[in-house]
Design a protein around this ligand. Structure first.
Ligand SMILES: Nc1ncnc2c1ncn2[C@@H]1O[C@H](COP(=O)(O)OP(=O)(O)OP(=O)(O)O)[C@@H](O)[C@H]1O
Ligand SMILES: [Mg+2]
Length: 967
């Protein structure tokens, strides 16, 4: 049923109290200012970076190189982990008894010994001889450690003759000598004793600086320290010399370069890339050893093509996607085989975009173990919508059918683990790109039990949700999968959670982890994900902490020394170097040209009188003020949530609106003074500015001839109730997907909505339940009713509509209630992006931390402004989409910025598609009156009575032809 009267006519204009006079925004008096006069919410970045920021330096291709680090590099290039020598030298003791304080005396664990004993030194990986040279997977050890096998005794005399005896007075004039450079040695150590036969207990690294030494075990942990040595004694250390260090004694094995120490490779080992990326030369076939003929053969191998194998698909076709051939070392291990080209089925490869072709090659090299020695894992961290699924489909199909040695296919069984809302979608993607005749997928559900997978022969690919996997882990273990793909794999970032440990235990070495969420923000999480795909490449958890995490974090502390900063930077560079061998991330830029144009709007909605009244009341609450006096996580989030509910609809604070209202003390306090007309389920547009705007927009869209559909996203299911009530009131057909939607219903809802012939007009989506992975290209408009603290969550939601497969121009709206916490959250988002150039993880919002000053700012209502964010930009534009006076323009980073810049926020370029402060300057800034010439969006224009300000931006893209599978 269509209504003739627009909601804007139905709403009584008198119920709104305009925050500005005559449509011209007054510049507000800012309530909180920093000493420099800037808002705390938008202040200039300091030089000091958080650990997260340095981790943004650990970038994958396409991001800022480490050289962009802001730390100044001085000419003093000495790297050291020692503390200030001045302090040490104050404690110098008489020559005869050097003071050697042992910080910790830790013994080496059996597993460490195993590792140490199996270490080797490799100079040329091509010349490895299996059996002779063996190494801890993926590592070469750059220092010549363990020359003396552990546990071996030493003949007296042999080394003692060169012992440095502390206390022997050196030649005079030592004090005038230049302090020597820090030196590093590979040593073996044992407990100090007078025994003639030493039994060495472990390898270690000795750091020698001026008169002091530090001993670190192979995990980078400090196990001894000594000081007060003679300069000459330390200067004369050489291979075979011994030295007492605290309660231990060490014997020098060899010296280590400063570079090896700076990168940490003397602890973790150097991970050498395989020469796979080098041009591959067809190897000369090796003479075949005698073999009895066998009767069982792989189906695609005949006697004829065995001796003269041909690739499954023609590698000479101009559009053929040919996989790299095995590197020579790999061929050594398969010395009986002839190499044949592996070519991706043209049926699939014809659809791959260039970045997807690159991705398939990358994944292939990783899982085949071509890129690194003995590791078979990869992380594909492409931004959302780049087609990670298709890249995996191409990989799986190739490995199921082909083998570079023309023996049997590389994999026989493939396991795909996904969030529950995506299992069916994976099945659909396989069918979309391969067709049913090539491959069928076994999706585990009520009808298809995991344990029955082994009894069928039709499908080699099992798709299962994480939840179901936990229940069937034992059965799956027994099925023996050869390749495992974990979609939305950032959920495995905590190695302690059950899913991660169970998945890790199923004994499948080829592992691919997919995630659209950046990994670089938490170094421990990065470790957990890498450890999952390539166990051991970053060493043990303890060595990772000592070698990478601690120095990187230390280098970011405000009080860090130049040496610490240098060490942190080189360790971060090394970590980046290692991880880039198996982590690939591309940003949305690579796909933009395939997508239709996109218009984005940040819409500032005018608060209603009821909202202003309730908001003021909440700010005066006892609960909120005690939270300011003694901030603690729970109360703060509860206070913020209460304010956000007022922004969405004040009736959400009525008793019983949702579970939270029952739990929160603050909401109980607020409920007592709520205006009596606010009741659960009675969600009038006249009480909420945002709902009024949404109502007008939906009406305009529904009345139009364009037959467009819209997705409305919220972080709260109770807010989805509000919108659902609105849809019901105006008889708009709508679907809803939130946490309570059963798994099997989710894809059905998505399919129904995407179907061009369906009448469903609105799709109500919970950001948490449906934010990741879903394709909602049936809609061309998406409206975010509220924001998340984390820009990544909002980005994820927006990407549901503006993604491959979308053919219409996309409109993205974000609603904020003017002058409230909504605006503050938005400012935090764009500032965060601007500072770090990378987004934080999706669950970050649970760990939002605020200073008291920030809280005060968040708890301040600015009721006298049309747009606080624009005021803070101090923009002098005409607020009609025009630009500021020419004289006040500045040029920065190839982008035209307005003169209104609030200081330069950052020189770091955003690698993501979230708007940054800098970018916002170049958007259109629009204040009322909103004529169609200015707004250029009839949908928004219909709601203009209830809008105080708009930021808008049009991303025009050169649309490339859209390829679709020929099904
Ligand atoms: N080369 C292509 N040509 C046409 N459509 C494509 C292509 N690649 C992917 N698509 C389509 O683009 C959509 C997005 O792909 P997909 O779901 O794999 O993205 P994703 O990288 O997994 O994103 P997210 O991180 O959001 O899950 C899908 O509908 C997919 O079928
Ligand atoms: Mg996906």
């Amino acid at each position: 049923m269509r209504r003739s009267a627009a909601p804007s006519q139905l709403l009584k204009r008198s119920q709104f109290r305009p925050p500005f006079v005559g449509g011209v925004a007054k510049r507000p008096c800012l309530e909180v200012k920093t000493p420099s006069g800037q808002s705390p919410g938008l202040s200039k970045p300091t030089q000091v970076r958080s650990p997260k920021d340095i981790l943004s330096l650990i970038q994958t291709p396409g991001s800022a190189p480490l050289g962009n680090c802001e730390h100044p590099h001085t000419s003093d290039s000495t790297n050291t982990a020692l503390t200030d020598d001045d302090t040490l030298e104050k404690n110098i003791v008489p020559d005869d008894s050097p003071s050697q304080s042992t910080i910790s005396d830790q013994t080496v664990s059996p597993s460490d010994k195993l590792y140490l004993q199996s270490s080797y030194s490799v100079s040329n990986s091509n010349n490895l001889v299996p059996g002779r040279d063996f190494v801890r997977p993926g590592h070469t050890q750059s220092h010549a450690s363990a020359r003396r096998p552990l546990g071996q005794t030493v003949q007296p005399g042999a080394v003692w003759s060169r012992q440095v005896r502390p206390g022997v007075t050196p030649p005079t004039g030592e004090e005038n000598q230049e302090p020597p450079q820090t030196k590093y040695y590979s040593v073996v150590w044992c407990k100090r004793s007078n025994k003639k036969h030493k039994k060495w207990e472990g390898d270690a690294v000795l750091i020698v600086k001026t008169r002091s030494v530090v001993l670190k075990d192979t995990e980078g942990r400090e196990i001894g320290r000594g000081m007060g040595y003679k300069l000459a004694d330390l200067a004369s250390l050489q291979d075979g010399s011994t030295l007492p260090v605290g309660s231990k004694e060490v014997e020098i094995q060899s010296s280590i370069s400063a570079e090896s120490f700076a990168s940490g490779s003397c602890f973790i080992g150097e991970m050498e890339p395989s020469p796979a990326t080098q041009p591959l030369v067809r190897p000369r076939p090796k003479p075949k050893p005698f073999r009895l003929p066998t009767l069982s053969r792989p189906s695609h191998t005949t006697e004829n093509n065995r001796s003269n194998p041909t690739p499954l698909f023609d590698p000479a076709r101009p559009d053929a996607l040919v996989m790299p051939r095995p590197p020579s070392q790999h061929q050594w291990q398969n010395s009986n085989s002839v190499v044949v080209d592996v070519v991706v089925d043209p049926h699939v490869s014809g659809h791959l975009r260039p970045h997807q072709q690159e991705g398939v090659v990358f994944l292939y090299e990783c899982v085949m173990g071509y890129r690194t020695h003995d590791t078979n894992g990869a992380i594909l961290a492409d931004e959302m919508g780049l087609g990670k699924t298709l890249q995996c489909v191409a990989l799986v199909w190739t490995l199921l059918k082909q083998d570079p040695y023309h023996q049997r296919p590389v994999v026989r069984r493939v396991l795909v683990v996904t969030p529950s809302s995506l299992t069916v979608n994976w099945g659909k993607e396989f069918t979309k790109w391969l067709g049913r005749s090539r491959l069928q997928v076994y999706i585990v559900d009520q009808n298809n039990k995991a344990e029955n997978f082994g009894k069928q022969t039709i499908s080699p690919v099992m798709v299962i949700s994480y939840e179901m996997f936990i229940r069937c882990a034992q059965a799956i273990k027994e099925l023996k999968f050869d390749l495992m793909i974990c979609d939305e794999g950032h959920r495995l970032k905590n190695a302690n959670i059950k899913t991660a440990s169970l998945l890790g235990s199923i004994g499948c070495k080829r592992r691919v982890l997919l995630t659209g969420t950046p990994l670089q923000n938490d170094i421990q999480e990065l470790y957990a994900l890498v450890e999952f795909v390539n166990p051991g490449v970053l060493g043990s958890s303890a060595s990772f902490r000592h070698v990478y995490e601690d120095p990187i974090v230390a280098s970011q502390q405000p009080q860090s020394t130049e040496e610490e900063r240098q060490l942190g930077t080189s360790r971060a560079a090394q970590l980046n170097r290692i991880t880039s061998m198996f982590i690939l991330r591309r940003t949305q830029e690579v796909i933009n040209r395939y997508l239709p144009a996109k218009s984005e709007y940040v819409v500032f909605c005018q608060p209603t009188e009821t909202q202003l009244e309730v908001y003021h009341r909440v700010l005066g609450c006892r609960g909120l003020n005690s939270c300011l006096a003694a901030p603690n996580g729970t109360d703060t989030l509860s206070a913020l949530m209460t304010l956000r509910k007022v922004c969405n609809h004040p009736a959400l604070l009525a008793r019983g609106a949702d579970e939270e209202t029952v739990k929160s003390e603050l909401i109980k306090e607020v409920a007592a003074f709520l205006p009596s007309h606010l009741e659960v389920g009675k969600y009038e547009e006249t009480d909420s500015g945002k709902l009024a705007v949404l109502s007008c927009m939906l009406w305009a869209l529904h009345e139009s001839e364009t037959r467009e559909k819209i997705v409305v996203v919220s972080n709260y299911t109770s807010t989805l109730d509000v919108v659902a009530a609105l849809c019901k009131r105006y008889s708009y057909t709508h679907l809803r997907l939130d946490g309570s939607t059963p798994t099997h219903r989710r894809q059905q809802l998505v399919d129904r909505f995407n179907c061009a012939t369906s009448n469903d007009f609105v799709f109500l989506l919970s950001a948490r339940a449906g934010g990741v992975g879903l394709n909602l290209v049936g809609a061309s408009r998406i409206l975010l009713y509220d924001l998340d603290w984390n820009p990544a969550t909002d980005l994820q939601a927006m990407a549901r509509v503006w993604r491959d497969g979308q053919r219409k121009k996309v409109h993205i709206y974000r609603l904020l209630l003017t002058g409230t916490v909504d605006e503050k959250m938005y400012q935090r988002q764009i500032k965060k992006q601007g500072l770090s150039g990378t987004v934080v993880d999706a669950r970050e919002s649970q760990r939002v931390h605020f200073s008291v000053q920030e809280l005060k700012d968040l708890f301040t209502l600015h009721s006298d402004t049309a747009c606080l964010t624009h005021d803070l930009l101090q923009c002098e534009c005409d607020q009609q989409g025009g630009q500021a006076p020419a004289a006040s323009y500045t040029q920065q980073d190839d982008t035209t910025h307005r003169a209104c810049q609030l200081g330069s926020t950052s020189t770091t370029k955003s690698t993501s598609s979230t708007t940054t402060m800098d970018q916002l300057y170049s958007w259109h800034h629009l204040a009322p009156p909103f004529s169609s010439a200015v707004v250029k969006d009839w949908c928004l224009e219909a709601a203009s009575d209830f809008i105080t300000f708009i930021f808008s931006n049009e991303a025009r893209t050169e649309v490339a032809p859209i390829s679709s599978p020929s099904l």
